[in-house]
Design a binder for this molecule. Structure first.
Ligand SMILES: C[S@@+](CC[C@H](N)C(=O)[O-])C[C@H]1O[C@@H](n2cnc3c(N)ncnc32)[C@H](O)[C@@H]1O
Length: 292
């Protein structure tokens, strides 16, 4: 079990992030989404967002391990960490710096693109994500139904966790909320990173659960939500009619004819996830050709 036994020598959990950067010889290339966490307090707090929620740390997946500052903290609490890193120099550094943990079978380094490599069967993911690919990476991870803690752009975090009717509520909120309860657990300023990103950051925690609605088909539901939000300033009636090329509906008019007038008069940003599920279920029933 995670805890004292998981500690791998006196340094694990206490490596100085600046010293790690110096040893890695990494300057951080913003074009490669390389912004390394150098604030010890933020690094130390990240695993606590998992432990306080009782998340199983048997096998933690870290995407974008970089110089290993977070990997070090994860090794202090997890039984096993799999770290994915695309930069070959950083992956090589991780293999050297954490040779003892690798030798002990507690760390696996996967060199490659997180969107392409095979992912292991992990119990939780905890990452400081490359912002350029956060959306794609998150929507690779969330359907796995495992708890997730991720550093993302603050604005992105707010949109993930937003409630219906708020300015931040949109496709991202409904899609993330389809898989998990999402909360923003900590805002993180640019100075916590080297080099500092141009944007504010935030840590989100996503705890998987079944949605409180049912849909006939996840992909159809998510495509329908995407389609209607492309017309967020229009009424839902027009949104459904105008976006059949995105939603894949064969007969959007049949959906509009059958749907509840009160929902059709609203705009996408005012529909709850349950409203979307009701409309998508109806659309699936009456808006698709039977041979689809
Ligand atoms: C924001 S840095 C985080 C580094 C380190 N984990 C930390 O917390 O300081 C993101 C890391 O992801 C790596 N990266 C960028 N795109 C990636 C991708 N598609 N797949 C895997 N790693 C990627 C970068 O090389 C960089 O090391």
């Amino acid at each position: 079990m995670a805890g004292e036994d998981a500690a791998d020598g006196p340094n694990v959990g206490g490596r100085d992030p600046d010293a790690l950067l110096a040893r890695a010889g990494a300057r951080g290339d913003p074009d490669q989404d390389q912004h390394f966490l150098v604030d010890d307090r933020v690094l130390d707090r990240i695993p606590t967002y998992a432990t306080e929620a009782g998340i199983d740390l048997g096998h933690v997946l870290e995407i974008g391990a970089g110089n290993g500052a977070l990997t070090d903290r994860l090794l202090a609490v997890a039984d096993w960490v799999t770290a994915v890193e695309r930069d070959p120099d950083l992956a090589a550094f991780l293999r050297t710096e954490f040779a003892d943990a690798i030798e002990a079978g507690r760390l696996t380094v996967i060199e490659g693109d997180a969107l392409e490599v095979d992912l292991p069967d992990y119990t939780a993911s905890i990452s400081n994500l490359p912002y350029g690919a956060s959306s794609e990476i998150l929507f690779r991870l969330l359907p796995a139904g495992k708890p997730l803690i991720a550093m993302v752009q603050a604005e992105f975090a707010d949109r993930m966790a937003a409630d219906p009717g708020s300015d931040d509520y949109g496709r991202l909120s409904v899609t993330a909320g389809h898989y998990a309860d999402v909360e923003v657990v900590e805002p993180v300023p640019p100075e916590a990173f080297s080099p500092p990103p141009a944007v504010d950051s935030a840590l989100v925690r996503a705890l998987p659960r079944e949605p409180n609605y049912t849909v006939p088909d996840d992909d159809f539901f998510l495509g329908f939500v995407k389609a209607v939000f492309t017309q967020r300033r229009k009424t839902v009636r027009n949104g459904i009619r105008n976006t059949a090329h995105i939603s894949g509906l064969d007969d959007p008019d049949a959906v509009v004819d059958a749907a509840d007038e009160e929902l059709l008069r609203k705009r996408a940003g005012d529909l709850s996830p349950t409203d979307f599920a009701e409309l998508a279920s109806l659309a699936h029933e009456v808006g698709l050709d039977s041979d689809d």
